[in-house]
Design a protein around this ligand. Structure first.
Ligand SMILES: Cc1cc2nc3c(=O)[nH]c(=O)nc-3n(C[C@H](O)[C@H](O)[C@H](O)COP(=O)(O)OP(=O)(O)OC[C@H]3O[C@@H](n4cnc5c(N)ncnc54)[C@H](O)[C@@H]3O)c2cc1C
Ligand code: SF4
Ligand code: SF4
Ligand code: SF4
Length: 387
């Protein structure tokens, strides 16, 4: 039996944010951070530094709590349906007003699609619909810029990248199952007078921050140029334990280290930043042997393990279009807003993508994954309040 988690349960389960002594440093150190990049963007004192794949709050912090307020893991508003309605600017069709959980959120239509563009097929990991829709958005003048994600450096973690042409866009194809911090790019977007309209690819947590930002007069400016939000469905920010082990083995990491707590601040004796490269760490074993790790390895061993525990949104409620995988070479596409519908129809009309029927299997997949994710939040709640 599935348990229905109400919005007030979610508010309780994030009591971490009600504890005034908490900072985003704690959110990070306790593994709840998903590296959305919002806190650094809004900090008025420049007190947040991303270094070696981690978040550090330095002594400039004046405890104003602006970062905590915007943090994508702060669901004090309970993921409320009115915020979803205002974002989607549409009639409630599929979202239950009693806050009973419907994993699809609100939407206008839902499909199973794939790209028809051969250049996109070469670079995309799944069906290529994300790149194709962004490309259409450029073509019809809906956007002149996009924020997507890419590896700027080999072995580093991916970051948000700003692209202005289809050629640049195509280079960024494929899913990056790692933190991107892409929202920090909004500052650059805001201050660049040559940029007027932006499309962005996000995870559900980042789309939620954008919706929160729009509501707050102090942060609305960051979203003023955003015209299209494409959200990738997300069951978990982290690769599975088995995937991590395989990755570490490939990188030559001794098996004994893979279970190690990678909290560098608490294990200063063992971990230090590589002085030659601030994206790498040096680990010194008890026997004095040194290992040089990229921050990608560090992230794989520890960070983001807990982000899904506070995250009730699988399908990206706050996007214009949500896109997931429905097979090796096709995408589930959930069209939510008027803007989303326009660019989706244009993509079909221009033969950039083709659509198939949304099958029972697709429905089962989204429903199962979405409810399972919500169940994790319920379990965290139980752990915090009932144990
Ligand atoms: C962390 C994570 C978890 C996911 N979990 C699921 C899941 O449980 N179920 C499911 O159905 N789908 C999941 N997806 C989505 C799926 O893997 C594909 O990303 C999605 O179907 C889009 O495929 P596509 O072929 O259209 O992408 P493409 O056409 O290749 O385009 C992807 C675009 O998104 C950008 N991008 C890639 N990674 C990120 C990122 N992390 N943040 C922001 N932008 C990014 C790329 O730069 C590119 O522009 C997940 C994706 C991620 C990143
Ligand atoms: S509490 Fe305020 S000053 Fe401190 S890190 Fe957060 S936003 Fe910056
Ligand atoms: S989840 Fe986002 S806002 Fe919260 S601490 Fe992490 S990067 Fe900052
Ligand atoms: S599980 Fe939730 S919080 Fe973690 S990366 Fe995915 S959408 Fe973001």
């Amino acid at each position: 039996m599935w348990f229905i988690l109400t919005s007030s349960d979610i508010i309780k389960s994030v009591s971490i944010f009600n504890d005034k002594k908490k900072t985003v440093q704690d959110i990070h150190d306790e593994g709840y951070c998903n590296y959305c990049g919002a806190c650094k963007l809004v900090c008025p004192e420049d007190a947040i530094v991303y270094q070696g794949g981690e978040i550090h709050v330095n002594s400039k912090c004046i405890l104003c709590e602006k970062c905590l307020e915007i943090c994508s893991q702060n669901h004090q508003d309970g993921y409320n349906s009115s915020l979803i309605q205002r974002h989607n600017n549409s009639k409630i069709k599929h979202y239950n007003n009693n806050m009973k959980y419907v994993p699809f959120g609100e939407f206008r239509d839902i499909f199973n699609c794939e790209t028809l563009k051969s250049a996109v097929k070469e670079t995309s990991m799944v069906g290529g619909v994300t790149l194709s829709i962004l490309s259409t958005a450029f073509d019809i003048g809906l956007i002149d810029t996009a924020i997507v994600a890419d590896f700027e450096k080999k072995d580093a973690f991916p970051s948000g990248v700003i692209v202005k042409t289809e050629k640049q866009l195509l280079k960024t194809g494929g899913s990056k199952y790692l933190p991107t911090l892409s929202l920090e790019k909004l500052e650059e977007i805001l201050t660049d007078d040559n940029i007027e309209s932006v499309g962005i690819t996000t995870l559900p947590c980042q789309a939620y921050v954008l919706a929160k930002m729009r509501e707050n007069p102090n942060t609305a400016k960051y979203t003023s140029k955003i015209k299209l939000v494409l959200t990738l469905l997300c069951g978990s920010g982290l690769p599975s334990r088995e995937d991590v082990k395989k990755y570490l083995k490939k990188k030559g990491v001794p098996e004994s280290l893979t279970e190690l707590s990678a909290n560098r601040r608490k294990n200063k004796r063992f971990w230090r930043l590589n002085p030659q490269d601030q994206q790498r760490y040096i680990y010194t074993s008890k026997k004095g042997k040194e290992y040089d790790f990229s921050s990608r390895v560090i992230l794989a061993t520890k960070s983001r393990q807990n982000c899904r525990r506070l995250c009730p949104d699988y399908s990206g409620f706050y996007s214009d279009i949500s896109i997931g995988g429905s097979g090796l070479k096709s995408n589930i596409v959930i069209v939510r807003t008027q803007t989303g519908e326009k660019v989706f129809q244009e993509s079909l009309g221009r033969k950039s993508i083709k659509r198939r029927k949304f099958t029972r299997w697709n429905y089962f997949l989204v429903n199962f994954m979405g409810k399972n994710k919500r169940k994790q939040v319920r379990d965290s709640y139980k752990e915090v309040f009932l144990s």
